[in-house]
Design a protein around this ligand. Structure first.
Ligand code: 26M
Length: 829
């Protein structure tokens, strides 16, 4: 029944329609005369999937034939969100699909809304991986992504009475049309057991006798590029019981127990760990990491060995990228494979390993991931030996370079001695990688001067900056079609979708009144969409928001360093000001809708209290008839990729409030920038580079700069106890007192939250007190600019025009050329 042409599926609306109906009948098993929006989604998804598979095959046949150097991007997290819109846009069949559906009585937007998010990651790092996959495909790089197929993605957040509750995200419940199960691509992954020494060819050789085996099954997720036939693969592993268990059961005759034990294997890839440092040292997390590493590397080595016989060629053919420290057991695993299984000498293997790994860190904090030695000893005994040997050799080399400076040696060592002996994964990754990347200029500077200062002294050439970027395909084309059309119309081309630098051409129309008008109209429509969402889904609060108000948004994971508390305190202050104003002054006030969204890690108490405070303040203000439309506060629950696609285009202002020196990069700021939303931000992470592009005048900057932060912290501490009310700005003290004294209820519950910013307690580590004045000034500047819509629109246009540098295409091209040394490999049409 398929609409084939020259062996390829056809993409005209009639052929697409035929294929949709075919899938309604034979895949979804519904009558072609009666199916609903969800079934239409399933059928269309399968129709698109067929086309992805064709391209996927062609791409891989082409890669196999041309044997380019391949990049393997290893990440425990990918936040892909929805796939349908993104796929049809990248395949260039958007209009045809819409038409096909229309004729069947469906609307594309409504059908696309049926899809749930693939949320196999926590936040910034995971969404970055997804953006980078899109760029790798679009730029024709011969790359593979490897990850885990969690059955439960990031928890769903529901709000009950203003409190966050977590619900499991069993995302595979309704099937996943975007994956292809490869029942024949499986590998055994081994755990536990002992290491023994045996004689082989007259030489002593270590052999690992594992105690448990599970099977990894591949699930392939095609990633289509835009404006190219190239479609690369994201291979995710799922754990299945190995047939080895059966043998045991047969021997012991304990059938029931063996089935129960088999079930345990599947728990390995069951659930994504929320980003919560307290989870460190958990055996299951370590098992996940090794399961992922072992399956991926067996697959990679198998592919290499199919094409090559000599491991000397490995560095010319394979680049392995470590997305943070999470997959860095790979280093020990490659050593084990080369030494124990391929029988290469240690030094030869080491030489190869040092040429294939690169590493990106996504954090500013010094005490990174550590794995307790006890845990490794039982779970991966051979790997522990290998890690010790790597460390021994490293320390010996080090002694030659720096002498017997034991305190320095201890700092640099991969093994941390002490009460809980552990492996420092960051140290391991740095020692073994040829490149260590920071995710913004400021981040790299920190790595060099603080976090990894001593390593920088040793290997200055390894440290590089690869400022993050986001894909304009998802963050403009998919999520903001109005802006997409407007940009293409005024630039006279769609080429910016593959080359974001062309966005700078918008500056040519900066003073064009028609352009301004259309620009404002696009924003208005997006605000309408967002307002509808708020009104429809947040029915409990019966909230109506005015489209004339400034939509002011802060959406990101809830964390003290991101300072959502500063935002809430600012809102309370605004409320106080409004209450004290006479009618005349009120008329001049810019109405605001303050929107906050984000998840708190389940074990992060203070973050959860911030969410509750947000709701308590919203309840008070939204129900104050005296305030009306002048100020509304909205908490958007369950913030995720698809909610972001709705919220970001509809925002006027977005807030990025991290205390300078804490946000490695931030990528939300880039998404807002691309959507013509003005930023109110500290000079942290990548915002510093956004300022370089658009100039200080085109955003609202506030707060202490990185170099001032340390000084202020010192000062705070020397001012310590007893409380020095005189040192606390009046406005801040007043707001704090209101929360403290129970003005928003829940006095006892909010006590510990207040204490984080009080002296003698949390000592205001994130400097809310000292940044508050400057924050309010920036807010006032934003209000003032908003009144002058002409000025606002100019700033908005300049934001989009300056966003080209923050495309992940730029980041990926830089990685490809200077770190991975890979070349584009474009599959011919
Ligand atoms: C740790 C332990 C156990 C389970 C999970 C984790 C864990 C998972 C994700 C820890 C950190 C994780 O992600 C960190 C992250 O998202 N960092 C952000 O990365 C972005 C992309 O580079 C940056 O823009 C952000 O500034 C940075 O915070």
């Amino acid at each position: 029944m398929y609409s084939l042409m020259d062996g390829f599926l056809k993409n005209d609306p009639i052929s697409l329609q035929k294929d949709i109906l075919h899938h309604v009948e034979y895949t979804v098993a519904r009558s072609r005369f009666s199916f609903d929006d969800f079934e239409a989604y399933q059928a269309l998804a399968h129709t698109v999937r067929d086309r992805l598979i064709e391209r996927w095959h062609d791409t891989h046949i082409y890669f196999k034939r041309t044997k380019p150097k391949r990049l393997y991007f290893l990440s425990l997290e990918f936040l892909m969100g929805r796939s349908l819109s993104n796929s049809v846009i990248n395949l260039g069949i958007e209009d045809q699909c819409a038409e096909a559906l229309n004729q069947l009585g469906f609307e594309f937007e409504v059908v696309a809304e049926q899809e749930g998010d693939a949320a196999l990651g926590n936040g910034g790092l995971a969404r970055l991986s997804a953006c980078q996959m899109d760029s790798l495909a679009t730029l024709d790089y011969p790359a593979w992504g490897y990850g885990l197929r969690y059955e439960y993605g990031l928890f769903r957040q529901i709000i009950v009475d203003g409190f966050q509750h977590e619900k499991p995200d069993y995302w595979l419940n309704f099937g996943n049309p975007w994956e292809i199960e490869r029942i024949h691509v499986t590998y055994e992954v081994k755990f536990y057991g002992t290491v023994e020494e045996v004689e082989m060819n007259g030489e002593k050789q270590k052999v690992w006798i594992p105690g448990e085996t599970v099977e990894a099954v591949a699930y392939d997720n095609p990633i289509p590029g835009y404006g190219t036939r190239n479609t690369i693969n994201l291979r995710l592993w799922a754990a299945k019981p190995s047939s080895k268990f059966d043998l045991e059961a047969y021997n012991t005759g304990d059938y029931i127990n063996s089935v129960v034990n088999r079930q345990k294997a599947e728990t390995i890839s069951n659930v994504l760990y929320p980003d919560d440092r307290s989870h460190q040292g958990k055996e299951l997390r370590l098992k996940q990491q090794y399961f992922f590493v072992s399956a991926s590397l067996q697959d990679i080595m198998r592919r290499f060995k199919e094409e090559h016989t000599n491991f000397d060629e490995l560095p010319e053919k394979v680049a392995l990228h470590l997305n943070d420290t999470h997959p860095s057991l790979s280093i020990a695993e490659v050593m084990r494979m080369l030494v124990d299984e391929e029988h290469l000498g240690w030094h030869k293997a080491w030489d190869i390993v040092c040429k294939i790994f690169s590493f990106t860190t996504h954090t500013m904090v010094t005490d990174g991931e550590k794995i307790p030695v006890d845990l490794l000893e039982s779970l991966l005994p051979r790997h522990l030996e290998i890690l010790y040997e790597i460390n021994f050799n490293f320390l010996e080399e080090l002694k030659k370079r720096i002498g017997l400076d034991y305190s320095r040696l201890a700092l640099l060592s991969i093994v941390e001695e002490g009460a809980m002996k552990s492996i420092r994964m960051a140290n391991l990754a740095i020692v073994c990688s040829h490149t260590v990347n920071g995710v913004s200029k400021l981040h790299l500077e920190r790595l060099k001067t603080k976090t990894f200062k001593d390593f920088y002294g040793l290997y200055p050439e390894k440290f590089q900056c690869k400022t993050n970027g986001v894909t304009q395909r998802r963050w403009i084309v998919v999520s903001n079609p109005g802006l997409r059309d407007l940009i293409s119309k005024w630039l006279g081309t769609e080429a910016w979708i593959r080359d974001a630098d062309l966005l700078s051409g918008l500056r040519d129309h900066l003073d064009n009144a028609d352009f301004h008008l259309e620009w404002k109209m696009v924003k208005k429509v997006n605000k309408m969409r967002l307002a509808e969402y708020i009104e429809a889904f947040l029915t409990l609060s019966l909230l109506q928001v005015s489209l004339d108000a400034m939509f002011d948004v802060q959406v990101k994971r809830i964390h003290e360093y991101k300072r959502q508390l500063l935002n809430i305190f600012g809102i309370i202050h605004r409320y106080n000001c409004l209450k004290n104003m006479d009618k005349d002054s009120r008329r001049k006030v810019v109405p605001r809708v303050c929107i906050i969204g984000g998840k708190a890690a389940p074990g992060y108490e203070i973050a959860k209290k911030i969410i509750k405070l947000c709701h308590a303040v919203a309840e008070k203000i939204n129900n104050d008839t005296d305030i009306g439309d002048l100020l509304k506060v909205v908490f958007i629950p369950d913030y995720n990729v698809s909610v972001a696609e709705l919220v970001i285009p509809g925002a006027d202002l977005s807030q990025h409030l991290s205390t300078a020196g804490n946000e490695a990069s931030g990528t939300g700021n880039m998404k807002f920038l691309m959507n013509g939303c003005l930023l109110l931000a500290t000079a942290d992470g990548s915002t510093v580079e956004i300022i370089e592009e658009i100039g200080e005048d085109n955003l609202f900057l506030f707060g202490a700069k990185v170099h001032e932060v340390e000084k202020r912290r010192q000062k705070r501490l020397s001012n310590l106890a007893p409380l020095q009310p005189a040192k606390v700005p009046l406005h801040f003290a007043r707001v704090l007192r209101m929360v403290r004294d129970g003005y928003f209820g829940h006095k006892d519950y909010f006590k510990s939250l207040c204490e984080t910013v009080e002296f003698g307690f949390g000592n205001d580590y994130y400097l809310l007190t000292s940044d508050f004045g400057s924050y309010l000034e920036a807010q006032a500047a934003a209000d003032k600019a908003f009144v002058n819509q002409d000025k606002w629109t100019r700033m908005s246009i300049l934001s989009v025009a300056g966003s080209g540098r923050f495309s992940s295409d730029r980041t990926i091209q830089d990685y490809a050329e200077s770190t991975w040394k890979i070349n584009p490999c474009r599959c011919p049409l």
